[in-house]
Design a protein around this ligand. Structure first.
Ligand code: NAD
Length: 481
């Protein structure tokens, strides 16, 4: 794959080299060097923000219908690049090609068409006579230049989640994708240019967090920072944004509970737990990480999950038969393994996985689907975000105890409850503190519905009309006769 020969920055409608340090990208599935790239420095970020600022005057004045048309053309351009996007996503992240082809690319195209429709649906309040002699109306207006920062786990989808609501509402944007996975964000911007979206509306700067990321967050001409990534970096970004009193939108880490009540369909729940915990190598902020099982089902459930995990095909991510590819890097794989090793040393049982596969996969950053029982609720493996294919399981007695355990972490992004009882479903969905609660499922997302966290998982919503509204200012206009 010979891409990005002119550089890894896409600024004002053109590729170019960055002016920052040189870096090597490694293929995580093989451990071999994949490409050399030159990062953006502060001056590249300045150029990108200037381009976005210049483009804002024209783009913000387009009618909603014109912006919708441009987005529909973008959907077609992305569709035309579906194979390239899927291959790049798999090559840079190590995720299975099935995942890239069946989830990442079509999910992004669907999101584009959702926001094309949303562009024509932005409403303020109807005019009304609220004060004596004055007629009021509410205008929703774009904010200006948005600076966005995205992670490596779903590079293409995250680019879409940040770029689409922003530009559909009339803003322009500079996105800094993760330096580990810039490829599909760059192709996204290239496709937008081919769709006729004007130069400077979408700019991509590839560079490190502390250099390019901080330059973007602290830039005076950036009106809002939208960020998806870890809670630690999110806190730092919020503090930096305070210096210029910027609006922030933070989608942070997760530690999703998976609560199985004693009337659940055990086979469906076991399949859901495996699919939900290994999705994207477990490198999904909503992945099932903590299973709580009502005591009568515990032994049967954990035995079945272990059996299903052992049957997962871990292998070459480019092979369509592979269920689980590699993790993002060797360092990250070692971090995941460290959690499991320390839990085992402390007396927990590893019922499935708990090791990296050998043989032909030994050189890559692979890790087997892993089930751990007997770890204490307050241990690091149960409390901290691991971001790997690792599920812990603990039993509970009363319904209230199961829900309390589910809520017992700093995070609150997503959760699932497994039961056939309507009252239990309603209770769990009300009492679990998370931005999304699934009942009898775990993972599905749709463009029409909001995604975002409670507690240390952040605030702000991606996808849906809720996210669209976040990229607008609300103005009250009152006219007197
Ligand atoms: P990360 O926080 O390390 O990095 C995310 C982005 O922030 C990268 O682009 C990185 O370069 C940049 N960054 C790092 N330091 C920075 C700094 N000082 N200033 C500005 N930018 C900086 O996260 P990651 O390892 O790339 O991704 C995994 C994390 O993302 C997990 O915690 C996961 O839960 C979270 N995530 C959350 C959601 C969600 O919707 N809530 C979705 C996907 C991933």
């Amino acid at each position: 794959m010979q891409q990005f020969t002119e550089g890894h920055q896409f600024i004002n409608g053109r590729y170019r080299q960055g002016r920052g340090e040189e870096a090597q990208r490694v293929n995580p599935a093989t451990g071999s060097a994949a490409e050399t790239l030159r990062y953006a420095d502060g001056s590249d970020v300045n150029d990108a923000v200037d381009a976005a600022k210049r483009a804002y005057a024209g783009w913000s004045k387009r009618t909603p219908g014109e912006r919708a048309e441009a987005l529909l053309a973008l959907a077609a351009e992305l569709d035309a690049r579906a194979g390239l996007l899927a291959d790049l996503e798999t090559a840079q992240t190590g995720k299975s090609i099935r995942m890239s082809t069946e989830f990442d690319v079509p999910g992004t195209v669907d999101n584009v068409s959702f926001f094309a429709g949303a562009a024509r649906q932005l409403h303020g309040l109807a005019a009304g006579e609220y004060g004596a002699g004055g007629t009021s109306m509410v205008r929703r207006e774009p904010i200006g230049v948005i600076g966005s920062i995205s992670p490596w786990n779903y590079p293409l989808q995250m680019a879409g989640w940040k770029i689409l609501p922003a530009i559909a509402a009339g803003n322009t944007i500079v996105l800094k994708p993760s330096e580990l996975t810039p490829g599909t964000s760059l192709i996204f911007a290239e496709a937008a240019a081919a769709a006729g979206i004007p130069d400077g509306v979408i700019n991509i700067v590839t560079g490190s967090g502390p250099v390019a990321g901080e330059a973007l967050v602290t830039h005076r001409d950036v009106a809002m920072t939208s960020f998806t990534g870890s809670t630690a970096v999110g806190r730092h970004i919020m503090a930096m944004a305070a210096r210029t009193a910027k609006r922030v939108h933070l989608e942070l880490g997760g530690k999703a509970p998976f609560v199985v009540f004693d009337d659940a369909d055990l086979e469906a729940a076991a399949h859901g737990a495996v699919a939900g915990s290994i999705i994207n190598g477990g490198q999904d902020c909503t992945a099932a990480t903590r299973a709580y099982i009502q005591a009568p089902l515990f032994e049967q459930f954990t035995a079945r999950v272990a059996e299903l995990m052992d049957a997962v095909v871990v292998g070459d991510p480019t092979d369509p038969d592979t269920d689980l590819g590699s993790l993002i890097s060797h360092g990250h794989r070692d971090k995941v393994a460290g959690f499991v090793d320390r839990a085992r040393d402390a007396g927990a049982k590893v019922l499935a996985g708990g090791a990296a596969p050998g043989g032909a996969l030994a050189a890559g950053a692979f890790y087997r689907p892993t089930l751990v029982t007997g770890a204490a609720q307050d241990s690091e493996i149960v409390q901290d975000e691991i971001f790997g294919p690792v599920l812990t399981a603990l039993p509970f007695d009363s319904d209230g105890e199961g829900i309390a355990l589910a809520n017992d972490t700093p995070y609150g992004l997503a959760a699932s409850a497994w039961t056939r009882d309507l009252s239990r479903s309603l209770r769990a969905s009300e009492e679990i503190a998370a931005g999304c609660v699934w009942v009898n499922d775990h993972i599905p997302i749709v463009s029409e519905m909001p995604h975002g966290g409670y507690k240390a998982s952040g605030f702000g919503k991606d996808m849906s009309m809720y996210s669209f509204e976040e990229y607008t200012n609300v103005k009250h206009v009152m006219m007197s006769r």
